[in-house]
Design a protein around this ligand. Structure first.
Ligand SMILES: NC(=O)c1ccc[n+]([C@@H]2O[C@H](COP(=O)([O-])OP(=O)(O)OC[C@H]3O[C@@H](n4cnc5c(N)ncnc54)[C@H](OP(=O)(O)O)[C@@H]3O)[C@@H](O)[C@H]2O)c1
Length: 267
């Protein structure tokens, strides 16, 4: 598959400065896709952009945007104005709090919901709508196994990831007729700087068996045409700790679509 033809000429990656975000950026630059790189810290973004433009024949634009701010979408639209974004990767999405529900200020949970739900929603509408019109493109929502249910300390994070999962499944169903691919890339433990900082802040050892960001980016792009879900480390039809396999989730959406024919739901 020629990624640039299918998902170029520009990809926009949120949370691009490190970990899985920068791994996606490196892989896409290697495929000749221009990049819009978004995060809060300017230094790492600029370093990455310099590295990629020096080693590949691509353009890189960086933007320091706090995705947890309600008006983040305005800055995202401004930086992408005039650039055809054929691939949107919503990567930023970890829980920076790592506490029980009542152990952090409510504003921190509101920020998490704004970044993971509202900003993702607004970006999907903006970029997905243009892809739909062009009948070409791709969307990757980087998710977490936490999307399949809440647990102590995970209620808000799980809720946001469950929202993204359902949104992504719905978009997959609507956009597949327009040759726009949508994938919920559901990760398990992954060796990102953010995860390591989280472990270090608790004095916890680095566990064995972490996924590498490079593998995540490679597999994510490979599985993008086979949405709506890829559960990390599991085959399409495998059942893990998740209640449903990726294949079951796809079949359920298609069966619902068939069963709702008489309701003349929008397509
Ligand atoms: N690591 C894991 O074990 C694991 C497990 C399951 C799922 N995931 C998922 O994988 C994705 C990446 O996770 P991660 O561990 O790398 O942590 P992350 O905090 O989601 O991502 C780090 C990247 O996002 C940026 N970022 C974070 N908050 C931001 C904000 N408010 N506005 C703009 N940029 C922001 C960071 O740069 P700045 O700090 O410069 O803004 C950095 O580039 C997430 O969606 C997460 O839910 C990770």
């Amino acid at each position: 598959m020629n990624l640039a033809e299918k998902y170029g000429p520009w990809a926009l990656i949120s949370g691009a400065s490190e970990g899985t975000g920068s791994a996606f950026a490196r892989r896409l630059a290697g495929e000749g896709i221009n990049l819009i790189l978004i995060a809060r810290r300017e230094g790492p973004l600029k370093e990455l952009a310099d590295e990629l433009t020096a080693t590949h024949d691509v353009e890189c634009v960086t933007a320091t945007i706090d995705l947890a701010k309600p008006d983040a979408i305005d800055a995202i639209k401004a930086v992408s104005e005039g650039r055809e974004v054929g691939l949107f990767i919503a990567n930023a999405g970890g829980d920076p709090n790592g506490t029980g529900f009542f152990q952090t200020d409510i504003q921190n949970w509101v920020d998490l919901v704004t970044r993971n739900v509202m900003t993702v929603l607004l970006c999907c509408h903006h970029f997905g709508g243009a892809m739909r019109e062009r009948r070409r493109g791709g969307i990757i929502l980087v998710g977490s196994g936490a999307c399949y249910g809440g647990a102590s300390g995970l209620g808000v994070y799980s809720g946001t990831k469950a929202f993204d999962l359902c949104l992504g499944e719905g978009l997959w169903a609507e956009l597949r007729r327009y040759d726009v691919d949508v994938l919920n890339l559901i990760l398990g433990r992954t060796d990102t700087p953010e995860f390591r900082r989280h472990l270090a802040s608790r004095g916890a050892p680095v566990p064995a068996g972490l996924a590498s960001p490079e593998d995540v980016a490679r597999v994510g792009l490979e599985r993008l045409p086979h949405g709506p879900v890829h559960n990390w480390g599991l085959e399409d039809d495998e059942q893990g700790r998740m209640p449903q396999s990726a294949a079951t989730r796809r079949d359920r959406i298609l069966a619902m679509e068939a069963a709702m024919q008489d309701l003349k739901m929008p397509k």
